[in-house]
Design a protein around this ligand. Structure first.
Ligand code: NAP
Length: 281
C-alpha cells in the first residue's frame, strides 16, 4: 500500500482552474487535504461529472480508481491527476454492459492488494438510452440501460462490500436524477433505472445502518453541463447550466465523512447537488 502524500502537498481547489472558479461559490470549503489517504472508486470517470469528481477527489488528496469504458478518456483524466496532484490514480477499463462476477472479484483482489480498503464508491456511470414512449421502447435497449444503471452498481457494491466494510468509515454514492424521483413521459428505462437506484440506496442504507460506518446516499446532480445533458436537451444553451465542478462541494463533503467534524446527512438520504448547503452545526 502506498503512503499517503503529506497533506501540505495537496492543493485542494487551487490546482484545478474550473474547480477554483466553482469553489468561490461553494457552501462548504474543505481543507486541501480533506480526502488525504482515502481510496475512492468512481464509475464513468472519463467524462462529465465522473471526470470532475475524480479530479476533485485527487486534488483533495484521495487515491482514485478511474473505472470507465473509453480508455482514451480515462487516460486523459489519469494524466491530469499525475500532472496536477500529489496522489495516485489507477485506470480500470470496464464496459459495465459486459460486467461479470469474475471481473468484479478480480477488481476486489486488485484493490485489496494495492490499497487494502475502500473508503468511497461513487456509482456515476449511466446510459441515457432512447427517449421514446414506453409503448414503443425497444426491449433490447431497456435491458442495456438496466444493466449499466442498475445491475452493474449492484454487482460492484456486492463484490467490493468487504473492502467498504473494512474501512473505518466509508461512503457509497448512488447517482439519481429528477426523473428518478418523479416519473416523466419519454424518459423510459433511464427514469425507471433511477427509481431503482433510489430503491437500491434505501435497501443498502437500511441493511448497513446498524453497523454505523458505511454511509449510503442518493445524489441528484440536477441539470449539469455535460455530454449526457446535451444529448437529452440538444436545444439548450449549455452555458445556462452549472458545471460539474459547481457541485463538487457536496461530493467532497460526503466522501470526507466524519473527519470533517460536520454533521453528516443520515445514511440513506436523498440529496440534491444543486443549491446544497451543509447543515448548520
Ligand atoms: N448531466 C446532467 O444534467 C445529469 C442530471 C441528472 C443526473 N445525472 C446523472 O449523473 C451521472 C453522470 O452523468 P454525466 O452527465 O456526467 O454524463 P456523461 O458526461 O455522459 O458521462 C457518463 C459517463 O458514464 C460512462 N458510461 C456510460 N456507459 C458506460 C458503460 N457501459 N460502462 C462504463 N462506463 C459507462 C461514460 O463513458 P464514455 O465516456 O465511455 O461514454 C461517461 O464517462 C449519470 O448517472 C447521470 O444519470 C446527470
Amino acid at each position: 500500500m502506498s503512503e499517503p502524500a503529506s497533506p501540505t502537498q495537496h492543493k485542494g481547489a487551487k490546482g484545478y482552474a474550473a474547480l477554483t472558479a466553482a469553489a468561490a461559490n461553494w457552501a462548504y470549503q474543505p481543507t486541501a487535504d480533506a480526502l488525504a489517504g482515502r481510496n475512492i472508486l468512481i464509475t464513468g470517470a472519463g467524462d462529465g461529472i465522473g471526470a470532475a469528481a475524480a479530479k476533485t477527489f485527487a486534488s483533495f488528496g484521495a487515491n482514485v480508481m478511474l473505472l470507465g469504458r473509453t480508455r482514451q478518456k480515462l487516460e486523459q483524466v489519469f494524466d491530469w491527476i499525475e500532472a496536477n496532484t500529489a496522489t495516485e490514480a489507477v485506470i480500470v477499463p470496464c464496459d459495465l454492459e459486459q460486467l461479470t462476477v469474475d471481473a468484479v472479484n478480480a477488481l476486489h483482489d486488485s484493490i485489496a492488494d494495492s490499497y487494502g480498503v475502500l473508503h468511497g464508491l461513487m456509482h456515476n456511470a449511466s446510459m441515457l438510452g432512447p427517449r421514446t414512449p414506453l409503448a414503443h421502447y425497444p426491449a433490447s435497449e431497456w435491458v442495456r440501460v438496466m444493466q449499466v444503471n442498475v445491475t452493474a452498481p449492484f454487482m460492484l457494491t456486492q463484490g467490493l462490500f468487504t473492502l467498504l466494510d473494512q474501512a473505518p468509515d466509508s461512503c457509497v454514492i448512488n447517482t439519481s436524477s429528477g426523473v428518478g424521483r418523479q416519473g416523466r413521459a419519454y424518459w423510459g428505462a433511464y427514469a425507471v433505472s433511477k427509481f431503482a437506484a433510489e430503491g437500491f440506496n434505501q435497501v443498502l442504507a437500511d441493511e448497513t445502518e446498524n453497523a454505523g460506518h458505511i454511509r449510503v446516499y442518493s445524489v441528484n446532480p440536477g441539470g449539469t453541463r455535460t455530454r449526457m445533458r446535451a444529448a437529452a436537451y440538444p436545444a439548450e444553451d449549455p452555458d445556462t447550466l452549472p458545471t460539474a465542478e459547481d457541485h463538487m462541494a457536496l461530493y467532497v463533503y460526503l466522501m470526507e465523512g466524519p473527519q470533517s467534524g460536520k454533521t453528516l446527512p443520515a445514511t440513506g438520504a436523498q440529496l440534491e447537488a444543486r443549491g446544497w448547503q451543509p447543515s448548520a452545526d
